[in-house]
Design a protein around this ligand. Structure first.
Ligand SMILES: [Zn+2]
Length: 216
């Protein structure tokens, strides 16, 4: 893939973002959270562009060439490559929150099972877990951390509208699940986004264990 950059974006900046995405993708793939070419990852490049994984590659074996530039409407910039099918969900976050720098979307088994189990309620309410404090803005295990579960669809504008509706209702949003599909989370840099993803994976696994133990 050849990536031509606009004059305003230094090659070193794009490469730094691409390398950070490749590294995160490899580590998340090693954890088994990106099976069968699923999942997609992005980082903001500037106020009008982001770097994102191309569609359909194994996430444990990405190179710099598998990361492409898009504008915040989701169009490819300076390349013929095709961005991830779910690009609109990434650009929505960058458009809404200028401070957000990274978006991670994975399909772990825990995320997938939890999304199905709570799809009927449309939300997972986390409370009483110390690790909720890993989510930016949460300072106590007593707080309630709500993770919405949206119905899955191949039509991205529907999901974009559900995210908008949740936010327009004035509810905090740090992550969401899609039914039978996976999780989206984001942060002010890659480290914060990774922390959010790891904490949420752990919290969802704890909730599933509790459900199982209480039922037995
Ligand atoms: Zn997905």
């Amino acid at each position: 893939m050849t990536q031509t950059l606009p004059a305003t974006i230094p090659a070193s900046l794009f490469e730094q973002r691409a390398d950070a995405i490749v590294e995160a993708a490899r580590e998340l793939s090693d954890l088994g959270w990106t099976p069968a070419t699923s999942s997609n990852f992005s980082m903001r490049v500037d106020d009008a562009h982001a770097a994102i994984t191309v569609s359909g590659k194994h996430k444990g074996r990405l190179g710099r060439d598998d990361i492409m530039l898009i504008d915040l409407a989701g169009n490819a910039v300076g390349t013929d490559a095709r961005p991830s099918a779910e690009t609109a969900l990434h650009t929505q976050i960058y458009r809404r929150w200028p401070a957000m720098q990274a978006v991670l979307h994975t399909h772990s088994r825990t995320q997938s099972v939890a999304s199905r189990l709570y799809a009927g309620e449309g939300v997972i309410r986390l409370q009483g877990w110390e690790l909720q404090k890993a989510i930016s803005g949460y300072h106590s295990h007593d707080s309630v951390l709500e993770i919405p579960v949206f119905p899955n669809t191949q039509h991205m504008p529907e999901l974009v509208a559900r995210v908008d509706a949740w936010l327009e209702a004035g509810k905090p949003l740090h992550a969401y699940l899609i039914d039978g599909h996976g999780i989206y989370t984001w942060g002010r840099d890659m480290a914060e986004t990774r922390r959010h993803l790891e904490a949420l994976e752990f919290l969802l696994a704890c909730e599933l264990d509790l459900k199982r133990l209480r039922a037995s």
